[in-house]
Design a binder for this molecule. Structure first.
Ligand code: FAD
Ligand code: UDP
Length: 382
C-alpha cells in the first residue's frame, strides 16, 4: 500500500477543509476516514423517502462575517441567500427571538420606540459587577422576568444544567436588540449551499489525491495504513482512551415528521423554552427553499448519551479539556482541529477558520524544509 501524507480522521467541516487544501494546493496524498456511512459530519443532508431535503443531525444555517470563508466555500457550492428567523413560544404567543423591540411590544401589548425599549430593558436589568455565568449575561441585560420566560427553561432542557452553571458564552450567543431586526443572525454573509451540504462536501473531496474510507473507526486502521501524519477531528477524550475520564458532550435525539401540507409552521424555527420535552422545531423547506407538496419538520430532544454534538462550556470541563490538550502538546505528527477535538462550541465558519489556520501552519512548517534547486533547505540551515 502506498504511503499517505495525511490520515485525516473525520469527514466533517474540519477534516474536509484540510483534505481539500492539502490535496489541491499542497499536492499531498490524503486518506480521510469516518466511522459514519457518509461525509459531511454533522452537516450531512439528504433526501428522505418523500423526496424532501433534510439535515440528518439538526438544522444547519451557514452565516459568517468572513468574506474569505464565504468565498472559499463558494468554490464548491453556489449559495442560496437565506436569513433565518426564529419565534419563541412564550405566554401563549409566538414572538421573535433574539429579544428585540417587536418582542417586547408584542409580549406586553406596548408601542415603545427604540429608545423607550432601551429604557424599559434598563429598568428591568439587574446589573452584575462580573458576568460569569449564562444567567448573569441575560439577567444583566433584560432582567429576571424575561430571563425566565426565554432562557431558563430552554437552557435547562438543552444542557440539563441551570444557566448559572454554564459559562456566559453560551447564552451570550443570543443578542438583545433595541431595533426591529427579527433575524436570528446578523452576519454579513448568510446562506445555504444551493444543492445542500453533502453536495458541497462531494465537490470539496473529489480530488484524485483524496481517498475516502467510510464506516471505519480510525483505531481499526491507524496501525495498518502507512501515513506520515494524522489530523484528528473526533472527540479528544476518545483519542486518549479516556485516560483522564470522559469529557461531557451533550447529545440530541431528532424526531422527523413529514406532513401532507406545503408548509406547517410560520417560520424556519420555533423555540419552546417552557413547554414540551423538545427545545425547537424546524421546517426544512424554509432553509432549503425546496418546492414540494409535503413538508418535513424536525424536533430536537436533548439527552446525555448518544453522538457527541455539543461540548459543555463550564469551568470544570475546560480544566479536564486542558489536561487532554497538554497531552497533545508534544505530539508533532498528530494535529487536532474541529469542534470535538478542541472541545469548542464552534459554528461552522469558526471550524473552517480554525482548519484553514492549521493548514497554513502545516504548510509553513513544511515550507521551512522545502526543496530549492533540488537541495533541501531546512529552517536551521537558512
Ligand atoms: P463534525 O461535523 O462532528 O465531524 C467530525 C467527524 O468525525 C464526524 O463525521 C464523526 O463521525 C467523525 N469521527 C468521530 N470519531 C471518529 C472515529 N473514532 N473514527 C472515525 N471518524 C470519527 N453551526 C452553524 O454555523 N450554524 C448552524 O445553524 C448550526 N446548527 C447546528 C445544529 C446542531 C443540532 C448541531 C449539533 C450543531 C450545529 N452547528 C451549527 C455546529 C456545526 O455542526 C459544527 O460547527 C460543525 O459541523 C463541526 O464540524 P467538525 O468537522 O468539527 O465536526
Ligand atoms: N437559548 C435560550 N433560549 C432560546 C435560544 C437560546 O435559552 O430561545 C440559549 C440556550 O442555552 C442555547 C443557547 O442559548 O443552548 C445558544 O442558542 P443557539 O440557538 O445558538 O444554539 P444552537 O443552535 O447552537 O443549538
Amino acid at each position: 500500500m502506498s504511503m499517505f501524507d495525511y490520515l485525516i480522521v473525520g469527514a466533517g467541516f474540519a477534516g474536509a477543509v484540510l483534505a481539500e487544501r492539502l490535496a489541491s494546493e499542497a499536492g499531498k496524498k490524503i486518506l480521510i476516514v469516518d466511522k459514519r456511512h457518509h461525509i459531511g459530519g454533522n452537516t450531512y443532508d439528504h433526501y428522505n423517502k418523500d423526496g424532501l431535503l433534510i439535515h440528518e443531525y439538526g438544522p444547519h444555517i451557514f452565516h459568517t462575517n468572513s468574506k474569505e470563508i464565504y468565498d472559499y466555500l463558494g468554490q464548491f457550492t453556489s449559495w442560496r441567500p437565506y436569513e433565518h428567523r426564529v419565534l419563541a413560544s412564550v405566554d401563549g404567543m409566538l414572538v421573535p427571538i433574539p429579544i428585540n423591540l417587536n418582542t417586547i411590544n408584542e409580549l406586553y401589548g406596548m408601542h415603545l420606540t427604540s429608545s423607550e425599549v432601551e429604557n424599559f430593558l434598563q429598568s428591568k436589568a439587574e446589573l452584575k459587577e462580573r458576568i460569569i455565568t449564562s444567567e448573569d449575561v441575560v439577567v444583566n441585560k433584560v432582567g429576571r422576568e424575561l430571563y425566565e420566560k426565554f432562557f431558563k427553561g430552554y437552557t435547562r432542557k438543552q444542557w440539563d444544567l441551570d444557566p448559572s452553571e454554564l459559562d456566559a458564552s453560551v447564552t451570550a450567543r443570543i443578542p438583545v436588540r433595541n431595533n426591529r431586526d427579527n433575524r436570528y443572525f446578523t452576519d454579513k454573509f448568510q446562506g445555504m449551499p444551493l444543492h445542500g451540504y453533502t453536495r458541497m462536501f462531494e465537490n470539496m473531496l473529489s480530488h484524485p489525491n483524496i481517498k475516502i474510507m467510510l464506516n471505519t473507526d480510525y483505531k481499526e486502521v491507524r496501525d495498518i495504513i502507512p501515513h506520515r501524519e494524522m489530523i484528528y477531528t473526533g472527540p479528544i477524550d476518545y483519542f486518549f482512551d479516556y485516560c483522564y475520564g470522559k469529557l461531557p458532550y451533550r447529545s440530541l435525539e431528532f424526531r422527523f415528521e413529514t406532513l401532507e401540507c406545503e408548509t406547517y409552521q410560520s417560520t424556519g424555527t420555533i423555540n419552546y423554552p417552557n413547554e414540551h420535552p423538545y427545545t425547537r422545531s424546524t421546517e426544512f423547506k424554509y432553509l432549503t427553499g425546496q418546492k414540494h407538496p409535503k413538508t418535513t419538520i424536525v424536533y430536537e430532544y436533548p439527552k446525555e448519551d448518544g453522538d457527541p454534538y455539543y461540548p459543555v462550556p463550564r469551568p470544570e470541563n475546560a480544566e479536564l479539556y486542558k489536561k487532554y490538550q497538554l497531552l497533545t502538546a508534544g505530539m508533532k505528527k498528530v494535529h487536532f482541529t474541529g469542534r470535538l477535538a478542541t472541545y469548542k462550541y464552534y459554528n461552522m465558519d469558526q471550524v473552517v477558520a480554525q482548519s484553514l489556520t492549521l493548514y497554513k501552519k502545516l504548510i509553513s512548517v513544511q515550507g521551512n524544509g522545502q526543496q530549492i534547486n533540488g537541495h533541501k533547505v531546512s529552517a536551521l540551515q537558512t
